[in-house]
Design a protein around this ligand. Structure first.
Ligand code: CA
Ligand code: CA
Length: 451
């Protein structure tokens, strides 16, 4: 089929899918463009009130994912500043359904009156300076032990100030949606979905979530590492979450522009979308993950909650990604119809795409990889020897490829297990044919494609 026809047919299928979900009584009709549907009783179901369709991945399990769709007028907000967003989010313990529409990009590093804050503003009054920190903890003079002393105390104090500003806690039963028309989302912020349930995030751009105060850890790896806090979105102990049509990117601060200190990259970014600490029933759908190193962590350690960490990841684009797309531990993870472009972009070179470890049960089927000339399919996966990657129908540069066999043939130890102990059933929209996926997902993923 010519690619010119791909998008309309995709739109039709989306429309059909939403229609089924609205309600049994709904009278569906295509209204204008996009995915509007008509409910006989309630009128058009707009972007803000749409819920996760039935069977659309793990987030459809349990009580399903409806976010704040039942919000009353008092809990429906349109925000375009940091202060308004904080107010709209309310308290993490207030579980009244709420809908938050974000209009434009909100700079998380700004104060109550909207003034932009710099790293120096947070450091002010703490005594912290990077040059003093580097002098205090240089391995040649300080040795290979954890930083301790006035500069580490000052770094922590400055970090607390930044954290207060950039972390946004989301309560249960919340929908956050970017208002179509202009780029909408959060610059430099970290959305924390912790020990809550039923959250929807759609049509949002999460850009350059950045730690002003990375910590030196001389014992991380053989040469030490600079470690940062703050993922663009952190799910910790979160249940029933739908992340749909968002864009995650480090832009405009690419890692390659960062300095090297103590021989290691001064890493200011952490994860893009991390799913840890017993999070469960998550659907990650039609997002664009761009320009980032450690992109998606599922399970924060080999002992993160057994029986949870069930995540579906489908129809996402991963481009300019270093690693962790995702790194999966323990859980039952279904990856289907994703596009991975491992071409180096903006200095972000791919180390691997999917890592399955700590007995993770990954099913990866009908995904598409575009890899540069000379790159090897064996390099798409990684593991610790206990994780599984099952699934068939994956394409590498247009060719049907058994990616697990390729990985296992190239590795004499830590081989991936080839069978999973479960069979995905929540597979709405799973496409058997993925020949046109690379083109189709260009215009149907990420923020800015919903109307
Ligand atoms: Ca980190
Ligand atoms: Ca993280």
């Amino acid at each position: 089929m010519a690619s010119a026809y791909s998008r309309p047919s995709h739109r039709r299928s989306l429309r059909r899918r939403r229609t089924l979900v609205v309600s049994a009584a709904a009278v569906a009709a295509a209204v204008g463009v996009g995915v509007l549907v008509v409910n006989a009783n309630a009128g058009p179901v707009d972007l803000y009130h749409q819920v996760l369709p039935a069977k659309d991945g793990w987030a459809a399990a349990g009580s399903g994912t409806t976010g704040g769709t039942k919000a009353d007028a008092a809990h429906t907000f349109t925000v375009s500043t940091r202060a308004q967003l904080v107010k709209a989010l309310g308290s993490a313990t207030d579980t009244a359904p709420r809908i938050i529409k974000i209009k434009g990009m909100i700079n998380a590093n700004s104060n109550a009156s909207g003034k932009k804050l710099t790293c120096a503003d947070y450091a002010s009054g703490t005594g912290y300076s990077l040059s003093a920190y580097l002098k205090a903890f240089h391995p040649a003079t300080y040795g290979k032990k954890a930083p301790k002393g006035p500069q580490e105390t000052a770094r922590k104090a400055a970090a607390v100030k930044q954290k207060k500003n950039i972390v946004f806690r989301v309560p249960s039963n919340t929908t956050i949606v970017g208002v179509p028309g202009t780029k909408a989302g959060i610059l430099g912020g970290s959305v924390l979905v912790q020990n809550v349930k039923n959250v929807i995030m759609r049509n949002l751009t999460f850009a350059d979530t950045r730690d002003c105060f990375p910590q030196w850890d001389p014992t991380d790896g053989s040469s030490g590492e600079w470690n940062s806090n703050y993922d663009s979105v952190s799910l910790r102990g979160a249940t029933n979450v739908w992340a749909d049509h968002n864009t995650f990117t480090d832009a405009p601060t690419f890692d390659k522009t960062q300095a090297t200190h103590f021989g290691r990259k001064y890493q200011v970014h952490d994860g893009a979308l991390d799913i840890t600490n017993g999070s469960d029933l998550v659907t990650v759908e039609r997002n664009r993950f761009l320009n980032h190193d450690k992109t998606m962590l599922i399970g924060s350690s080999d002992t993160d909650s057994k029986g949870k960490l069930r995540v579906t990841i489908h129809h996402n684009v991963w481009k300019g990604i270093g690693q962790r797309a995702p790194l999966a531990r323990i859980g039952r993870i279904h990856l289907y119809n994703n596009v991975y472009d491992t071409t180096t972009v903006n200095g972000y070179a791919s180390r691997y795409s999917i890592d399955s470890r700590a007995k993770a049960q990954v099913v990866a089927e009908r995904n598409v990889w575009k890899i540069p000339a000379g790159a090897k399919a064996a390099r798409l996966l990684s593991g610790d020897g206990t994780g599984s990657v099952a699934g068939t129908g994956n394409l590498v540069n247009g060719k049907a490829t058994d990616i697990v066999a390729a990985y296992n043939a190239a590795n004499s130890s830590k081989k991936l297990k080839t069978t999973a102990n479960w069979k995905p059933t929540l597979t709405s929209g799973l496409q058997a044919s993925v020949r046109n996926l690379l083109t189709d997902l260009t215009s149907t993923t990420g923020a800015g494609t919903l109307s």
